[in-house]
Design a protein around this ligand. Structure first.
Ligand SMILES: [Zn+2]
Length: 379
């Protein structure tokens, strides 16, 4: 544990700030977008669809229910949350301001991405008469007349799944997409309090393709790209948290980022007394596809940007599902990732937990493609 991480670790006596958790974020209903929509810019050949579908996330196939039960109104209340009351949280100001240690972001005013008037983030393909040509969440081209121009970012956060793709679903019906977004938003608040410029790929409960997620990341060229997921189908019960982080096999900075997130997560989670689940090779690892490139599209398509795919808990394990719906635990996980990001940006710490993954042939959870995708409204 580095000095820095000790300094920024919040005190055990958490301030009792009540957080109104909106676990089920509002669906992207409303008026249809008022612009012309072209066909997806990526041809959906069988190979392309297959590549997208096997490359979404770190969960295994079978994680995704085809029918999604409603989020339950009550789940067992965890008795131990590292000593914290379950409704407490930590004020973001406890994170140090590291803005003077960060690289300057581009000040050229070039629109590399855009936050549309409805809050949707999109990659900008070019500036055109009447506005911006964007790559929509579904991977189509569209023109949006206005929005907040994004020229760069220090960190891009990617909340996995969304909309009609819930990702893993817990035994009580909790959807991974909702948990991922709640934690991503808490992480954003913590990092911004530290002076870090953050962009989210997904800002509400809508579908977004791997193509569009990674286009935002590669256009903004951040120091770190973090895709937040939660796992399914563990090998079995585990005496310790079954946290996993995946990195880009050929990128040492991606490996360091994944190692630091794992290190911080494990340090936090080990204080929590529940029946954990995990794979026998839980830890920090990579997975390559048959071509030799990174198997997961979120890591392969973001090549050049240090990226990691985090699978820190098993949503399909009942005690972990119960944890994941509590605001207090969501804050614990966000803080762990946040501390790791601050260390990644300000130290040479290598991280820990690196393992040799056992060979996997089963496909990962599906989704992430552009087929049958409905874009949210942009303006
Ligand atoms: Zn996932």
């Amino acid at each position: 544990m580095s000095t820095l991480s000790r300094v920024i670790r919040p005190p055990a006596t958490a301030l009792a700030v009540l957080v109104a958790l909106v676990l089920v974020v509002s669906a992207c209903a409303g008026d249809r977008p008022s612009f012309s929509v072209a066909e997806p810019v990526v041809a959906e050949t069988a190979a392309e669809v297959d590549a997208e579908q096997v490359a979404t996330s770190g969960e295994r196939s079978g994680e995704t229910a085809t029918t999604v039960p409603a989020t339950p109104s009550s789940l067992p209340t965890p008795t131990t949350l590292a000593g914290r009351p379950v409704q407490s949280t930590i004020v973001p100001s406890l994170f140090p301001d590291i803005s003077d240690q960060l690289p300057q972001l581009p000040s050229d005013g070039v629109a590399r991405a855009l936050i549309t008037p409805t809050g949707v983030v999109a990659d900008v393909i070019s500036t055109v008469d009447g506005g911006f040509l964007i790559l929509t969440p579904c991977g189509r081209e569209a023109v949006v007349s206005s929005g907040q121009v994004l020229s760069g970012a220090h960190v891009v956060i990617d909340a996995g799944h969304g909309g009609t793709e819930p990702g893993a679903v817990g035994p009580q019906g909790v959807q991974e997409s909702h948990v991922n977004l709640a934690i991503a938003q808490r992480l954003e608040s913590l990092l911004e309090a530290a002076g870090i410029t953050v962009v989210q790929t997904r800002t509400d409960d809508y579908r977004i393709s791997i193509l569009s997620r990674t286009a935002i990341a590669t256009s903004l060229a951040p120091q770190a790209f973090i895709s937040i997921h939660h796992n399914a189908a563990p090998d079995g019960p585990s005496g310790r948290p079954g946290a996993e982080t995946y990195y880009q096999a050929e990128d040492p900075e991606s490996k360091r980022l994944a190692g630091l997130i794992f290190e911080e997560a494990l340090a936090s989670f080990e204080e929590i007394d529940i029946e954990w689940a995990g794979d026998t090779d839980a830890g920090v690892k990579y997975r390559k596809g048959e071509s030799g490139a990174d198997y997961y599209g979120i890591l392969r398509r973001s090549a050049g940007v240090p990226a990691t795919l985090t699978e820190l808990l098993y949503l399909t394990n009942p005690p972990e599902e119960a944890l994941l719906v509590t605001p207090a635990f969501q804050q614990v996980e966000a803080e762990a990732i946040g501390r790791a990001v601050v260390r990644f940006l300000t130290t040479e710490d290598p991280g820990s937990g690196f393992v040799e993954a056992y060979p996997r042939s089963a496909p990962a959870g599906g989704g992430g493609g552009t087929g049958n995708c409905e874009d949210p409204a942009f303006e």
